[in-house]
Design a protein around this ligand. Structure first.
Ligand SMILES: Nc1ncnc2c1ncn2[C@@H]1O[C@H](COP(=O)(O)OP(=O)(O)OP(=O)(O)O)[C@@H](O)[C@H]1O
Length: 324
């Protein structure tokens, strides 16, 4: 049995009467399973539908169609069992300002009927670098420390499935390392991890399998190693102040002075370099690298839109939207 099963999930946000916004199809027939023990990455640009999918998993939003199961328990019809199997670290920093860190964790344990899990709370505090903050009031903590507490809160009941929604957005290198060390350790012990992130190097390093969402649709579902090996073979990097010739400008990814040009192999790299010479482009710090997950992501996302982000809704869809 899969740890998580998303079965034909669609989500239509109803039209907003106030600002005249039409119904929005945020998820369109999303289906995939995550097996026990996987470290799975859910990737996609802003607005692709990642948080909507996680909100449905968490029982915070209702799918317009489809079902989500956690270890076989339906998140709608078997909410209590499904929730017990899940530890969700939300994207937003939500906390109770009146508690100390330890009190917040003891209180959270109470939600799950746990009254004697002090030793596990100590391990969480230690593992997440919070031991010296146990008695600090939540209000006194920095943003990064609050995020550590959110992670600890999600784990108080030792859930077999851990869901992290952009846990490292805007946090420093030290917290990222502490967090990944801790979560990778739990994954090695058998916990399933579902991660959404915009940091593709993190996803490449941590996730054994990935789904990429675009406009509410799954456009790639593959082992990370397979996605990387199917990618454009190389990328030619250089710095320049010159304008690129039109033949290369359409291919290039430009960030300030840094230019990245995908190339299928040595012959195409030669062609790119010849075109740059011919156009009189002064290229500095020239490097050839193997394509990474960012290159794969950009390649896939720049393809035609197959999703139906604001597609005309069928009558059935509108009826669903009205009851969402
Ligand atoms: N409550 C809501 N009502 C109406 N539309 C919504 C609501 N929540 C999200 N949306 C829309 O649904 C789409 C998907 O949003 P969602 O937040 O799931 O994307 P995301 O992939 O998590 O984006 P990000 O990477 O920016 O967090 C977006 O177009 C968003 O504007």
């Amino acid at each position: 049995m899969p740890a998580l099963s998303f079965q034909s999930i669609s989500k239509v946000y109803p039209a907003s009467g106030k600002n005249g916004a039409p119904p929005l199809k945020a998820l369109d027939d999303v289906s995939f399973d995550i097996e026990e023990g996987e470290f799975f990455g859910l990737l996609g640009p802003n607005g692709a539908g990642k948080t909507t999918l996680i909100s449905i998993l968490a029982g915070l939003a209702r799918a317009t169609a489809g079902a989500v199961k956690v270890h076989g328990f339906d998140v709608q019809t078997d909410f209590v069992q499904a929730r017990r199997h899940l530890g969700i670290v939300p994207q937003e920093l939500v906390f109770d300002p009146f508690f100390t860190v330890r009190e917040a964790l003891v209180f959270q344990s109470g939600y799950f009927g746990l009254h004697h899990n002090g030793p596990w709370i100590d391990q969480l505090l230690e593992g997440l670098g919070l031991a010296d903050k146990a008695k600090a009031n939540m209000r006194q903590l920095s943003g990064g420390m609050k995020r550590r507490v959110l992670v600890a809160q999600a784990l108080v009941h030792k859930p077999p499935v851990i869901v992290l929604d952009e846990p490292t957005a805007g946090v420093d290198v030290e917290l990222r390392q502490t967090l990944w060390h801790f979560i990778a350790g739990l994954n090695r012990q058998g916990h399933t991890v579902l991660l959404t992130t915009h940091y593709l190097e993190e996803a490449e390093a941590l996730c054994n399998r990935l789904a990429m969402l675009k406009s509410g649709r799954v456009i790639a579902l593959e082992k990370t190693s397979v996605l990387l090996s199917n990618a454009t073979a190389n990328v030619l990097y250089f710095k320049t102040d010159s304008a690129l010739p039109p033949s290369l400008a359409g291919l290039a990814r430009v960030t300030g002075r840094i230019v990245a040009l995908p190339a299928s192999g040595p012959a195409e790299i030669e062609q790119h370099l010849a075109q740059l010479r011919q156009a009189g482009v002064n290229a500095e710090d020239v490097e050839i690298r193997k394509a990474d997950l960012e290159d794969v992501f950009i390649e896939l996302m720049s393809g035609p839109v197959t999703g139906r982000r604001t597609a005309t809704l069928t009558e059935a869809g509108l009826a669903d939207a009205a009851t969402a």
